[in-house]
Design a protein around this ligand. Structure first.
Ligand code: FAD
Ligand code: SIN
Length: 528
């Protein structure tokens, strides 16, 4: 592979691919992705992308809904900008060839929790797949863009690799590309770039139960943290209320749009319990629904609740949710006749690498967009379907700034080769797997929907042990993706726990029994 590009993109989800299409006219582009190019959270998105497109809808309403969900931590300038740019990015996706669901020649706009209007652009219940495939097709054979599948980004190249000591307080760090592990050839290569984009997505894999595919190990956030970039609001992990609760169906989501169409949450006796918690019932924002289910399960001792759509017209179900219907059927559930067993699961990280309103991080030449970023849009809780929107809008703005940046920048020389002297082949790969399982269990049990000082301290101690063991492996053994992902998960877990410990209040997605209410003086971002 040539080792120099104008733009280096880490990740091939919605944020990375759309950035590539936007910058390709300004220079050469390499996209690094650790599995097949389509494997990403984007590919699994169901509900859709929120945007003000209906005559009856207003920008102010979408802004207001986003700010209400964000529980006091949204940055109003960012919310306003993103909401106003929404219709343009939808048009851009349509121009690239996306086929969204329509009715009478108009986009069919769905409804989800926390939204006061119908504004969810979707492709039935496979919106993410439509977006991912559209972007990949648009990129196909583009003369300036190369995708490197099965390449794992290991570390960002900064002054640190050029022999200069970099401290965490440093404000003058630059990124010159990344070390990348080619998992087919088993070699680490340095790729130099004038501008680098982190688009590596979230970290659902840190939790035992998650809606995310296994790529979601927070690699970009961990790399940025190690490179001493600023990272923010990591305590705000969003739990989706309804993931399919069947052991064989790990990580399958039942979209919020199902509740938007009238799905009712029931206990095993048929009681619709959500009204006891919130007058908006099933359409309350998802943190409230997830916490209500968690509370209800703890009170009743049950292990599941059910989503009932049996009263909804069969044609509507099969038209709106063909993928959910089909998947449930493979597990023996006919959603037109049976209730769907559901429980909450880790779903979306609101925090991430801190960026400004143009996707710039605190490191020169390093940009971030999508779920890996903390842009100020979501605050303490994300409104449904605002993340595909955020990924598209921020990749667009970052593309403009990255193109400006490379005009004035040269490739760095003298980047040393990756040094793995003294390491040997891993003999006990099973230990990595055990450590990962233990970490996921700790995060699920102690850093989940309901937290407390005691639980967080326990999580911190347990995670530290796993960290020490894993660092020992890392020093001694040759690079493997499993080991690097585990290191990255631990780094994310550490930041999540530290951030949660430092927030002495409950706000948005962070709920702790020791400080059950929001506190005005604590209403600020957690920046590390
Ligand atoms: P991703 O799409 O996750 O892409 C990350 C990419 O980085 C992947 O290609 C991955 O392989 C690659 N990568 C990661 N680490 C490395 C590494 N070390 N080296 C190389 N490559 C790497 N949001 C909405 O707005 N609406 C929805 O309806 C919706 N539904 C969802 C349903 C599900 C089941 C899930 C899991 C999420 C959903 N979300 C939804 C959230 C949304 O899909 C994601 O936040 C968004 O797609 C993230 O896009 P991204 O480009 O930032 O990251
Ligand atoms: C869903 O379809 O419920 C997911 C929507 C989202 O995460 O925004």
């Amino acid at each position: 592979m040539p080792d120099k590009y104008d733009f280096l993109i880490l990740g091939s989800g919605g944020a990375g691919l759309s950035f590539a299409l936007r910058v390709a006219r300004y220079g050469t582009v390499a996209i690094i992705t650790k599995k097949d190019s389509a494997e990403s959270n984007t590919n699994y998105a169901q509900g859709g992308l929120a945007s003000v497109l209906d005559q009856q809808d207003r920008f102010e309403d979408h802004i207001n809904d986003t700010i209400i969900a964000g529980a006091g931590l949204c940055h109003p300038d960012v919310v306003k900008m993103v909401v106003h740019e929404g219709p343009d990015v939808v048009r851009e996706l349509l121009d690239w060839g996306a086929q969204f669901s329509s009715k009478d020649g108009m986009l069919d706009l769905g409804r989800e929790g926390g939204h006061s209007r119908n504004r969810i652009v979707h492709a039935a219940d496979r919106t993410g797949k439509e977006i991912e495939q559209t972007l990949l097709t648009a990129i196909d054979d583009h003369p300036n863009i190369r995708i490197f599948e099965h390449h794992f980004a290991l570390e960002l190249i900064t002054e640190h690799h050029l022999g200069r000591k970099v401290t965490r307080r440093e404000s003058d760090i630059s990124c010159y590309g990344a070390y990348v592990f080619n998992t087919r050839s088993d070699k680490v290569e340095a790729i130099c770039a004038k501008a680098t984009l982190i688009a590596t997505g979230g970290v659902g894999e840190a939790y035992l139960h998650s809606t995310n595919p296994s790529i979601a190990t927070g690699d970009g956030i961990a790399m940025a943290y190690r490179a001493k970039a600023r990272v923010a609001n990591m305590e705000f992990m969003q739990f989706h209320p309804t993931s399919l609760n069947i052991p064989e169906a790990s990580s399958f989501l039942i979209s919020e749009a199902v509740r938007g169409k009238g799905g009712i949450l029931r206990d095993r006796n048929g009681k619709a319990f959500m009204k006891d918690y919130d007058e908006r019932a099933e359409l309350a924002p998802r943190d409230i629904v997830a916490r209500s289910i968690d509370d209800y399960l703890k009170k009743t001792g049950d292990s599941t609740v059910y989503l009932d759509v049996t009263h909804i017209d069969n044609n509507i179900l099969s038209e709106s949710f063909p993928h959910i219907m089909e998947t449930c059927r493979t597990f023996g559930i006919d959603i037109a006749a049976d209730w769907i067993p559901v429980v909450p699961a880790a779903h979306y990280l609101c925090g991430g690498v801190l960026t400004d309103i143009d996707g710039r991080t605190s490191i020169h030449g390093l940009f971030c967009a999508g779920e890996a970023a903390c842009t100020g849009l979501h605050g303490a809780n994300r409104l449904a379907s605002n993340s595909l929107l955020e990924a598209m809008v921020f990749s667009k703005r970052a593309a403009v700034k990255a193109a400006e940046y490379i005009a004035d920048t040269h490739w760095i020389t003298g980047v040393p080769e990756w040094d793995d002297t003294g390491t040997v082949n891993m003999e006990e790969a099973i230990l990595i797997y055990h450590n990962k399982q233990e970490l996921q269990q700790v995060m699920w049990n102690y850093v989940g929907i309901v937290r407390s000082n005691l639980r967080l301290e326990r999580a911190f101690r347990r995670t530290h042990l796993i960290y020490e063991e894993t660092e020992g492996f890392y020093q001694r053994t040759r690079i493997s993706v499993a080991l690097c992902e585990l290191r990255n998960l631990i780094a994310n877990a550490y930041i999540i726990i530290r951030s949660a410990m430092s927030r002495k209040e409950s706000r948005g997605l962070h709920y702790t029994t020791d400080y059950p209410l929001p506190v005005d003086e604590a209403r600020k971002d957690t920046i590390i």
